[in-house]
Design a protein around this ligand. Structure first.
Ligand SMILES: C[S@@+](CC[C@H](N)C(=O)[O-])C[C@H]1O[C@@H](n2cnc3c(N)ncnc32)[C@H](O)[C@@H]1O
Length: 238
């Protein structure tokens, strides 16, 4: 109600925007928000990225302009994702949430032999998308991942799945349940934004969904990243 009133009055709206911008760049406010975000939420055991990635992996990080945009995965998370993909040599990669296809393009550059399928309900023109347009190894599907369940269940299973679509509980829950059904027994799932990602929104509900989908499976939080991971068959001696 208060939000509606503030939005309806331009000076109040501008002041609200300025306050939000200030808090976005204030370290103390960010730390406080992180604490609030993490309070009472699922806390997975932490795993160092080095336990999952081969020591000698060097990755290629493509960078078309603009270098950073909107919902791109942060560079640290992307670096982990690419190093993990490269060291596992998957044959079929699935991404939920293409956005401007930066992560899709980067996955292709680091795993050129893998067949990559990426879903998005929107088509955002970008140099990454253009560069992939005629690439036979990469399919950018303009469709909802969840709504494509029937056809996906008839396809060969995926051995590397990156879940980065909508982040509300029901979306993450249904995307994760479907991801588990189409995962190769030797495959892995990575969820983006399991931890606070710098955005202050009530829609960021990956932990709540993972709590429901976990059902005795061992999930980890990859240290230094916002990613959670399910890696069946992997034993980590900590
Ligand atoms: C955080 S962005 C993806 C970022 C991208 N993976 C990257 O790292 O550059 C999330 C994307 O998921 C898409 N999305 C939302 N709901 C979806 C659904 N049901 N199926 C597929 N994509 C969806 C949004 O349109 C948005 O582009």
């Amino acid at each position: 109600m208060l939000r509606k009133i503030v939005r309806a009055i331009p000076p109040a709206r501008n002041a609200g925007r300025a306050i939000r911008e200030f808090f976005r760049h204030d370290e103390f406010a960010m730390a406080l928000y992180r604490k609030v975000f993490e309070r009472g939420r699922l806390t997975l055991p932490k795993i160092p990225p080095e336990a999952l990635v081969a020591d000698h992996t060097s990755v290629e990080l493509p960078a078309f302009h603009p270098l950073f945009a909107g919902e791109d995965a942060p560079v640290v998370d992307l670096l982990f994702l690419l190093a993990l993909a490269k060291s596992r040599r998957p044959s079929r990669i699935l991404e939920v949430g293409t956005f401007r296809a930066r992560s899709t393009f980067a996955l292709h550059r680091n795993c050129p032999e893998a067949h990559i399928v990426s879903y998005d309900i929107q088509v955002l023109p970008s140099p990454y998308r253009s560069a992939l347009k005629t690439n036979p190894q990469v399919e950018l599907r303009n469709a909802s991942f969840g709504a494509s369940a029937e056809s996906l269940l008839r396809e060969k299973r995926f051995d590397f799945i990156f879940v980065d679509g909508a982040h509300d509980v029901s979306a993450v829950l249904s995307d994760s349940q479907l991801a588990l059904r189409i995962l190769d027994p030797q495959g892995i799932i990575i969820w983006h934004d399991y931890r606070y990602n710098g955005y202050r929104t009530d829609q960021l509900r990956v932990p709540e969904a993972l709590r429901q989908v976990q059902e005795g499976r061992e999930f980890f939080h990859v240290q230094e990243t916002t990613c959670a991971i399910y890696c069946p068959g992997f034993t980590w001696n900590h």
